[in-house]
Design a protein around this ligand. Structure first.
Ligand code: NAD
Ligand code: IPM
Ligand code: MN
Length: 350
C-alpha cells in the first residue's frame, strides 16, 4: 500500500522540539522511507506574521494527509502578545472539530520505577494501566454560549454543553470495544447528580451499548470521586469514557500520577476514516522550559505508538512502547538528559 503521508505541525514552545524526537523514533522504528512528512509552520509566529491562525486552504491541505502529528500550540499563559485561546481554539480545536475526531484517546501506564506522587502502597498494589476515551468534538468545547450586559455588575456569561446521542454513542461504543480487547471493564465518568440532562443521555447510551458488550463489566463514578480513586486506587480503571471537559481535566491528573505530563501521549481519532486522525502529547507548549533542552519528548514519542496502532502496525507500536519503558527504567539514579538525548536513546532501543 502507499506510503503514509504525515502532516506535521510542530507548533509553539517545546512543540517542535518534542516533535522532532518523535519523528526520529518513528523513523528508527519503521524506516524513514516508510512515511513522508509535510511540515506546516503554524502557531504564534505564523499568526504574528500573517494575522491568520489556520486558513481554509491550509486546513484542506492538512485534511488530505493520512495522519497528523502535532506538537503543541499556545503562548505563555499571561502573554499580552497573543490573545488567550486564539491558537488553541483556532488551530487545535479547529482541527479536532473540522476533522471530526470524536474519540480523544489518552492512555496512562505507570512504568515501575518512574517517580510518582503515588504512595508506595498504591504502586505496589498492581499494574496501573488504563485509557481514557474522552469525547473530542462536543461538550463545553463547542463555544455555545454568550455574554450579556458585558462589563457591568449584572454581567451574565453562559457556556452551554452540547451532548448529542450520536457523539456520545460514538465514543461510548469505541470505549466498549477497547474494554473488550483489554481487561473488560468500562467506567463512565460524569456528574449526573448535578448535570441531569447530559448525565441522563450518557447513562442511557452506556446502558444501550452495553447490551452489545455483555462481556464488559460496567462501573460509574462521579468526576470528583474519580480524582480520589486515581490517586488511591488507580488499578480499578481499565477504560474510562467521559465528556470533553471532564476528560481534559482527569487526563492531566492521570499524567501526573503515572510519572508526569511529559510522559502522557494522546490520539484524536476520526473513527469513520473520512478524515485524518491526529497524534499529540497531552501537554502544552511549556513556554517556561522552551529552548532549554529540558522538555521530555517521551509523550510525543509514545504518541507515535498510537499512530502505528492506527496505521495497523501494532507490533511496531509495541516496539516503541517497549523502548520507552526500557528508557524510563534506565533513568533511575542517572543524571538528567536533554530532549534530543532522550530521543536518541529511545531510537537506539526500538
Ligand atoms: P503545559 O502542559 O504546557 O505545561 C504545564 C507544566 O508542565 C509546565 O511546568 C511545563 O514546563 C511542564 N511540561 C509540559 N510538558 C513537558 C515536557 N514534555 N517535559 C517536561 N515538562 C513539561 O501547560 P500550560 O503551562 O497550562 O500551557 C502552556 C500553553 O500551552 C498554553 O498556551 C496552553 O493553552 C497551551 N496548551 C496546549 C496544548 C496542546 O497544544 N495540546 C495542551 C495544553 C496546553
Ligand atoms: C489538551 C489541551 C487542550 C484541551 C487546550 C489547549 C484547548 O488542554 O489537549 O488537553 O483542552 O483539549
Ligand atoms: Mn488538557
Amino acid at each position: 500500500s502507499a506510503v503514509p503521508e504525515l502532516a506535521v505541525i510542530g507548533g509553539d514552545g517545546i512543540g517542535p522540539e518534542v516533535t522532532a524526537e518523535a519523528l526520529k523514533v518513528l523513523g528508527a522504528t519503521i524506516g524513514s522511507d516508510s512515511f513522508t512528512t509535510r511540515d506546516y509552520a503554524l502557531g504564534a509566529e505564523h499568526w504574528k506574521a500573517t494575522g491568520e491562525v489556520l486558513s481554509d486552504e491550509t486546513l484542506a491541505s492538512i485534511s488530505s494527509a493520512d495522519a497528523i502529528v502535532l506538537g503543541a500550540v499556545g503562548a505563555a499563559p499571561g502573554s499580552t502578545e497573543v490573545p488567550s485561546g486564539l491558537l488553541e481554539r483556532g488551530l487545535l480545536l479547529k482541527l479536532r472539530f473540522a476533522l471530526d475526531q470524536g474519540v480523544n484517546l489518552r492512555p496512562s501506564v505507570w512504568y515501575p520505577g518512574t517517580p510518582t506522587p503515588l504512595a508506595p502502597e498504591v504502586t505496589s498494589a498492581g499494574p496501573i494501566d488504563f485509557v481514557v476515551c474522552r469525547e473530542g468534538t462536543e461538550g463545553l468545547y463547542c463555544g455555545n454560549g454568550g455574554v450579556v450586559r458585558a462589563g457591568t455588575p449584572q454581567e451574565i456569561a453562559t457556556e452551554v454543553s452540547i451532548n448529542t446521542a450520536f457523539g456520545v454513542e460514538r465514543v461510548v461504543r469505541d470505549a466498549f470495544s477497547r474494554a473488550r480487547a483489554r481487561r473488560g471493564r468500562l467506567t463512565l465518568v460524569h456528574k449526573h447528580n448535578v448535570l441531569v440532562n447530559a448525565g441522563s443521555l450518557w447513562r442511557r447510551v452506556v446502558e444501550e451499548v452495553a447490551a452489545d458488550f455483555p462481556d464488559v463489566e460496567q462501573d460509574y463514578l462521579h468526576v470528583d470521586a474519580v480524582t480520589i480513586a486515581m490517586v488511591r486506587e488507580p488499578q480499578r480503571f481499565d477504560v474510562i469514557v467521559t465528556d470533553n471537559l471532564f476528560g481534559d481535566i482527569i487526563t492531566d491528573l492521570a499524567g501526573a500520577v503515572t510519572g508526569g505530563i511529559g510522559l502522557a501521549p494522546s490520539a484524536n481519532i476520526n473513527t469513520s476514516g473520512q478524515f485524518p486522525s491526529m497524534f499529540e502529547p497531552v501537554h502544552g507548549s511549556a513556554p517556561d522550559i522552551a529552548g532549554t533542552g529540558r522538555a521530555d519528548p517521551t509523550a510525543a514519542i509514545s504518541s507515535m505508538a498510537l499512530l502505528l496502532d492506527h496505521l495497523g502496525r501494532p507490533a511496531d507500536a509495541d516496539r516503541i512502547r517497549a523502548a520507552v519503558s526500557a528508557d524510563i527504567a534506565s533513568r533511575l539514579g542517572a543524571s538528567a538528559r536533554t530532549t534530543s538525548q532522550i530521543g536518541d536513546a529511545v531510537a537506539a532501543l526500538v
